[in-house]
Design a protein around this ligand. Structure first.
Ligand code: NAI
Ligand code: MG
Length: 351
């Protein structure tokens, strides 16, 4: 038996509705593969912010530093500005734990309708730089409220930061389709993006077996809609990767099925796994949320912890239930969260 200690942060809204199903599947897959999990649950959320003035306690990062991984639902709630919930919880965890890779696999699944007429064969991964780039605190505003008001925001690209995430993308491509597409804009952004391109070229030289493409972000966005099946691994800066991964997730169908991992590949710190979707205040409290994104995120966690067979089992059960035509309302189905979870657990037990 191998045991792990997991920090659970359900967060707000449907975050708290999709984590228990993910946990149930994790436990069931673990039982079949000799893996056990112990959980500590943290109430860090907008609810906590409204009651206590902070998304998490002052020593929050220390409290989860020793866990093997973090599984997060979603944070954000009307009445708390989104930048408060993001910068008060998610971004501190990503940065303090050096989770410099944001990994988002995207597949068109049987039973999940895509808005594209023909989206067969889509199976790609977006590797997003997760700790530097355009999302920086450097900058400021002057002359508030005057005619001359201005705002400046600096993007920060470092040799170390770019090289390590691009290296991750190339190594990942070697275990998949041997193809990396780099998102750039070196024709318009004349300092950081040529630097990005140069560093990508340096890494590419170390991976001669991988085909390298470079696309400007605007053209790449169009190609992702027109021919998404042509891509394997796409690597982009923090901003470009953020936008591309939501776009690619939309191409694949519902945001409710999309998973994400925030990885510290050095494994010095815990990595964090979370569905791509937010807290969905419009459907929260009804028990109808799609738990697939959270379940797929839990499978990525199993994979990261070194249990790829358990991860594959869990995913096969979830994808099998979808292919059988059982799905939640966002996918046009009639199952609620609990019914979908029971079907996945049954399938996992019967597999
Ligand atoms: P959202 O992802 O919460 O919802 C967008 C739409 O998709 C809604 O109509 C919602 O009902 C639907 N949806 C999302 N996930 C679903 C699921 N699992 N099953 C069924 N339907 C689903 O995005 P929105 O509305 O822009 O943001 C709501 C709050 O969530 C905001 O406070 C935002 O800041 C936060 N948020 C948090 C994220 C995180 O924790 N990583 C990511 C995105 C948004
Ligand atoms: Mg986003």
């Amino acid at each position: 038996m191998t045991g792990y200690r997991i920090a659970l942060i359900p967060g707000d809204g449907i975050g708290a509705e999709v984590l228990p199903p993910a946990r149930a599947l994790l436990d069931a897959a673990g039982r079949r593969h000799g893996v056990t999990f112990a959980y500590d649950t943290f109430d860090w959320s907008c609810r906590r912010y409204l009651a206590e003035g902070a998304m998490m306690p002052d020593d929050g990062l220390r409290q989860i530093r020793g866990h093997d991984a973090v599984l997060l639902g979603a944070v954000g709630w009307p009445g708390v500005p989104d930048h408060v919930s993001l910068w008060g919880l998610l971004i501190p965890i990503r940065r303090a734990f050096r989770q410099y890779v944001n990994l988002r696999p995207i597949k068109v699944l049987d039973g999940v309708p895509s808005p594209l007429r023909d989206a067969t064969g889509v199976d790609l991964v977006v590797v997003r730089e997760n700790v530097e780039g355009e999302y920086s605190e450097i900058g400021g505003r002057l002359g508030r409220g005057t005619e001359d008001e201005l705002a400046v925001q600096e993007a920060v690209f470092t040799r170390r930061g770019v090289t390590r995430v691009v290296e991750y993308a190339y190594t990942l491509a070697e275990s998949r389709g041997n193809h990396v597409t780099s998102a750039t804009k070196s024709n318009g952004i004349v300092h950081t993006m040529p630097f990005w391109d140069e560093l990508v070229a340096e890494v590419a030289e170390r991976h001669p077996g991988v085909r390298s493409d470079k696309e400007h972000i605007d053209a790449l966005a169009a190609k992702l809609v027109l021919a998404p099946e042509r891509f394997d691994v796409i690597v982009g800066s923090n901003l470009f990767g953020d936008i591309l991964s939501d776009l690619a997730a939309a191409v694949a169908g519902s945001i409710g099925v999309a998973p994400a991992a925030n990885l510290d590949p050095s494994r010095e710190f815990p990595s964090m796994f979370e569905p791509v979707h937010g807290s969905a205040p419009d459907i929260a409290g009804r028990g109808t949320a799609n738990p697939v994104g959270a379940m797929w995120s839990a499978a990525m966690m199993l994979d990261h912890l070194g249990h790829p067979e358990a991860a594959a089992d869990l995913l096969a059960a979830v994808f099998g239930v979808l292919a059988d035509g059982v799905s939640t309302a966002d996918l046009g189905g009639t199952a609620d969260t609990a019914a979908f979870t029971r079907a996945a657990l049954d399938r996992l037990g019967a597999a």
